[in-house]
Design a binder for this molecule. Structure first.
Ligand SMILES: [Zn+2]
Ligand SMILES: [Zn+2]
Length: 320
């Protein structure tokens, strides 16, 4: 993953000269979490370099927005706030009108719906803003807020891993069941091999999840960032249900192909949309694994067809 400084270098237009003031402002900004007003940022800059004016901070913020380093958000307070986009996936906001805090979340289902609407209206969407205004849990109950200070990057990685693990589990369940019902010996071995692989991947993902927890002891208890009701693990669960109804070997392979294809597409399309981050990498690596499974299943499906045809020809010859 690129570091903040290489990230900044990559954004600098070729031939433009470095500006010490601008670099300082950008670096301070990138160290912040949450949503700052221009004045918040100016207050943070002043102790570092009192010669930097408010106007320079404003101008640099606008430059960062244009360069894609910062996103401008409007929470309806009559002034803009800014958040950085470095390793920070785009997201939606919950905004508490009592304490003025904001909370970030994302939902693959809402995003899919927004895309569907834009496509149906032939609208080239550039940005979708979704905000839920109201009163947060701690303002309603008077209890201390749920563990604050977690970074969205870690939450995103945590939730991406949870989605991948859930999908892997339902894949394992699917292949275990498919191996049990398949009568063709070679087909059965393929399903057993895939079940083995899913088990191994599951182990790797779980180890990675534990590693992530070490970076933030409170990570597990932090609120969900990425909601994924309709994501790919539903595909394998539906596939396993179809298997339970009793299917022929060929159909079992076909169902597996459909599940892996759907899963591959989901993780690839979803992962590609994100800024460079651990969560993005998890999705894209997972998409690759699913593609490898897909290719294996397609090869086996063709081989099974060939075997069945050869068998048919042989029996026709025998009849003659
Ligand atoms: Zn509140
Ligand atoms: Zn935000």
């Amino acid at each position: 993953m690129e570091s903040p400084s290489t990230y900044l270098e990559s954004l600098r237009p070729a031939g433009s000269k470095r500006s010490g003031k601008r670099d300082l402002i950008v670096n301070v900004f990138l160290r912040q979490q949450g949503h700052l007003t221009a004045d918040d940022l100016f207050d943070l800059i002043r102790p570092e370099d009192p010669r930097i004016s408010r106007a320079t901070v404003y101008r640099t913020l606008q430059w960062m927005v244009d360069a894609g380093i910062a996103r401008k958000v409007d929470f309806g307070e009559g002034r803009f706030r800014f958040e950085h986009s470095y390793r920070h996936p785009r997201h939606f906001h919950l905004i508490c009108k009592s304490c003025n805090r904001s909370f970030e979340f994302l939902s693959s289902d809402i995003e899919a719906l927004l895309e569907e609407v834009a496509a149906a209206r032939n609208f080239a969407a550039r940005q979708s803003v979704l905000q839920i205004h109201g009163t947060c849990e701690s303002c309603q109950t008077g209890r201390a807020p749920v563990a604050d200070g977690g970074t969205t990057e870690l939450l995103f990685a945590r939730d991406a891993l949870r989605i991948a693990i859930a999908t892997e589990r339902s894949g394992l369940e699917f292949y275990t069941r498919a191996a049990r019902i398949t009568r063709d010996a070679r087909g059965r071995r393929v399903f057993e091999k895939l079940a083995e692989e899913e088990k191994e991947h599951l182990g790797t993902l779980e180890a990675r999840y534990r590693e992530l927890l070490q970076q933030d002891p409170q990570l597990e208890s932090r609120p969900t960032f990425l909601f994924f009701k309709g994501a790919a693990n539903g595909l394998f669960a539906a596939g396993a249900e179809q298997l339970a109804k009793g299917v022929k070997d060929r159909e079992a392979l076909m169902i597996g192909i459909r599940c892996e294809r759907g899963s591959h597409r989901f993780f690839k399309r979803y992962g590609e949309k994100f800024e460079d981050s651990e969560g993005k990498r998890i999705f894209l690596e997972f998409a690759d694994e699913e593609r490898a499974h897909l290719e294996l299943l397609i090869r086996e499906y063709r081989a099974l067809l060939d075997r069945q045809q050869a068998h048919k020809k042989k029996s026709v010859k025998a009849e003659r």
